[in-house]
Every structure is written in C-alpha cells, then in structure tokens.
Design a protein around this ligand. Sequence first.
Ligand SMILES: Nc1ncnc2c1ncn2[C@@H]1O[C@H](COP(=O)(O)OP(=O)(O)OP(=O)(O)O)[C@@H](O)[C@H]1O
Ligand SMILES: [Mg+2]
Length: 423
Amino acid sequence: MRKAAVLGSNDHNPSNMSSPPPQFDYNSGRQTPHMLGSNTEKPLIIDMGTQSIKIGYSELSSGDRFPSMMIPTLVGYPKLTKSAISSSLLRDDQTFVGIEALKRSPLLSLKYPIEHGIILDWEEINLLLDHAVLQCMKLNFSQLNSGLMMTEAPLNPKKNREKMTQLVFEQYQVPKFQISMQSLNAIYAEGMHSGLVLECGEGISTCVPVVEGYVLSHAITRMDIGGRDINEYLMDLLKNKVVFNTTFEREFARDIKEQSCQIKTNSALINHNTFTPDRKKYSLPDGKTIEIHNEQYDAPEILFNDSLIGRDGEGLQHLVIKALDKCEIDARKTLTQNLVIAGGTSMLRGFSERLQTELISLNEKEDKPYNSFNIIEKPYRRYISWIGASILASLSSFQPKWITKNEYEEHGVSIIHKKSMIQ
Ligand SMILES: Nc1ncnc2c1ncn2[C@@H]1O[C@H](COP(=O)(O)OP(=O)(O)OP(=O)(O)O)[C@@H](O)[C@H]1O
Ligand SMILES: [Mg+2]
C-alpha cells in the first residue's frame, strides 16, 4: 500500500473555478495565458503530460483554478531542406520547443520527449522546462521559494523520480520541491479521500484505487493507449480520403478527432447494424475538404477494444474491473461508487455513458460482483491532475512535505523516496 498525504475535508471547494482553461491553437500557435509574471509567494505547479505540460500557480481557496498555460510537449529540430536554408528561416543549430516548435512544425522534425507518460529524453525535457518557466512564466527556478510541485504518471520508474529531483535541485537550484502522482491529484481535486481514478490522456490510460488517502499501488492497472493512438487509428481509417505524411499534418488528425469524433453509446451504434452517422465536413489547411463518416465513431472504439489496433482485445473497462479485483472486498463498494474520470481523452462525447455500459456488460459476462458504478465526470477533467496538485501544494497539512534544498544536500536523491507522499 502506498501512503499519500491526507487531505482535510474542508480544505477547499473544488467547484470554485472562475477562469477558462488554457488553449493552444495548432494552426497559429496562439496561447491564452493569464496570471503570468513573477509570483513567488505561491508554489508553481507543473503537470507533465505526453501531449502537453500544464503550468501555473497553486491556488487553494479562491480564484484561478486552471493552469495558466499549456505547452505542447514537443521539441523540433530543423529538417535542413534546401528551401528552409535558402529562405534563411532557420539555422541548422536551432532548436525549438513547445509552441515555438508547433508554429514552425512544417520546417522541423518534431520529437515528443515523453512517451506513455514517462520521460524518455532528459535533455529535451530540460529545454522544455527552461522554456516553460523562464520564457513563458518569466520566472527563475531559484526564485521559487514557495516551492515547485511536479506531477508524475502512476508507476513512474523510481529512477525517473530521482533524476527529476536531481535536475531541479542541482541544475535549477530550486529551493523547495515535491512530486505528486497524477491520479491521486484527481482525488484531491474532488475533495475526496477514497475513489477509483480512471485517467485517459494522450499516451497512457491508468486506473488507480485510492482508499482513505492511500494509493493501493499493487492494484494499479494501465494500458498504453490514449488520445495519440486514436489519432493514429483515425489516420488509418481515413487513408483513402487523405494521407497525413508529416508530423505537422498529423496534428490535423488530432484536430479532426477533437472536433468530430464521438463514442458509440447504444447497441445500435456499438453493433453498427442500424446506424447511419451524419457526414461531417472538415477543411484541411491546403483548402481540400474531406467528409468524415463512420470514422468519427470507429476511431475511438480502440479505447474499449484494443484488438482493433492489434493488441490483446482489452479496453478501459478491463482496467477498471482488474483494478477492483485486486482491492480488498471491503473497499470495493466505495470505489465503484466513486469512479473519477480524468484526462483529455475522457472529453470525447459519450465517454462515461459507454464506459458504464461496458462495465455492466463485462461484470455480467465475467460474473463479477460489481453491480453498479457511479461515474464522476467533471467538466474540468482534462486539467484535474494539475488542479489537484495546485490544491495540495497550498494545504497547510502539506507544507512539511516539501523537500528543501538543505534536505537534498544532506540526504541526496534518496530524500525523494524518504519524503515521498507515495511510499
Ligand atoms: N474535446 C476533446 N475531445 C477529444 N479528445 C480530446 C479533447 N480534448 C483533449 N483531447 C485529447 O486528450 C489528449 C490529451 O489529454 P491530456 O492533456 O490529459 O494528456 P497529457 O497529460 O498530455 O498526457 P498523458 O497524461 O497521457 O501523459 C489528446 O489526445 C487530445 O487530443
Ligand atoms: Mg496527463
């Protein structure tokens, strides 16, 4: 069992959210930042995601509960085509990160340094963090006297946690630091102590049981499927209508998905017999228009049946049932009645309705004891991990959990395990 920081019941009011969530626009590279500039009285929260890094100041009791910025987790290197060089748009030694990479993406070869929620390329993460904190938030790491809180995916390797700790203290000279688990943050965001968090983001889906503030780590389930896999499958389904070659073009598949895709929610749709979906039109940047037909419903099906993309024939419903199976019988009722949905992919229309149907059906098919599920689906669920970390970092009960630079110097990287909120 993993021990987590305990949340007081009246510490915050999760419904108190006033500002709109941040957006980035793939076409123009525009962002809608707010609350920028030095504000070293509040902890800075960075939620590290496979698609985007969400960043902003911690808030406990009022005001702004969304991250100030969402920065694409992208690094771009010049492709060095003749046209790019001769037009002097780029130098061969330039590197672009985040939104800057996205804006120039036709000229760049793009890399995603986080895969399936896990950091793979530390140099690139370094560039992204510099960009996010120094350039976007206009802060120096060493000024973060109130603390820097970063998030990690469930089952993040211990060595990655150590490496991040080393990076922030040695290279960035951060005065106070901590790492919190993304799914546990969702529980904090809801002001709950127990719940089952199903998080479905860009590169990973996880199901994490939390009982009385403790993460049941032995019962965590995960599958490497997320929004990016839906993009890939959608591109495959659309290949007779349009071929997406470059990373830049592939980002339009994401846009088509977010605008057009939805999840089949009733048996007519699921079985595809008596169903004729509306045709939707989508304009590509080159002026061509394509019609999206069955693909809008077929692409997200991989969430509930991964054999469509050559995997084991499982889906999100299996993640939930398997996680419950691994929990103590006494905890199961609370968990099934508090199933919290999180992550950007859960924004797909029909997500929780279909999940409910699949859970009931799998329960019957496998003769399991889980008869009903209460799904908690908040409008801010894409940002829920950041929001929960933001609340946690300002709680008075959390303050002794910060790791200070002095403690790091005394104990070395092992301090992140000693003072970890997740043992
Ligand atoms: N309205 C929407 N409809 C469908 N998909 C959406 C919507 N909004 C966001 N997404 C998808 O959600 C995914 C990003 O989710 P999220 O921000 O939770 O991921 P992340 O934190 O970057 O990655 P991860 O948690 O997997 O490491 C993308 O695939 C994006 O296309
Ligand atoms: Mg995430």
